[in-house]
Design a protein around this ligand. Structure first.
Ligand SMILES: [Ca+2]
Length: 144
């Protein structure tokens, strides 16, 4: 009986090991800010404490539109994670002045190395084309 109990507890600890590992991963995920509006029509600052900023939309991506006259300031060290078909159109201003030790990082939602694991149920690697682009408008020259 004792032998059975020991075998059972060894078996259980093996079975539960992956589960506790994934819980550990979730616990290490930093607080995140999920961007729910695609319009930035007034001056806005994305702060380090709110990082990573998650831009995604299950139904076909989200393009954040920075209106003319509006400034989006992104603090050094902030990670911006973008999902499929997501990006920015900048008609106003985007100020993302990172430093060498605290860069501003724009990356894929699949990137687990920057800004924590935002996709604990997916272990895919970040790839080129995961997110769309940052389009910048010059009034005289059109979109870049
Ligand atoms: Ca992941």
């Amino acid at each position: 009986m004792l032998k059975k109990t020991i075998i059972l507890s060894i078996l259980l600890s093996f079975l539960l090991a992956p589960f506790s590992f994934s819980l550990k991963n979730i616990n290490f995920t930093k607080a995140a800010t999920i961007i729910s509006s695609s319009e930035i029509s007034e001056d806005t600052t994305w702060i380090l404490d709110g990082s990573p900023y998650i831009i995604t939309n299950d139904s076909g991506g989200m393009i954040i539109h920075i209106f003319p006259e509006a400034v989006l300031t992104i603090e050094p060290g902030v990670v911006v994670k973008l999902g499929s078909d997501s990006g920015f159109t900048v008609e106003g201003e985007m100020v993302a002045n990172g430093t060498e030790s605290n860069p501003v990082i724009f990356t894929s939602i699949m990137d687990d190395e920057n800004g924590g694991d935002s996709t604990p149920n997916e272990d895919g690697l970040p790839q080129s084309g995961d997110w769309q682009a940052i389009y910048i408008s010059h009034l005289e020259e059109g979109w870049k």
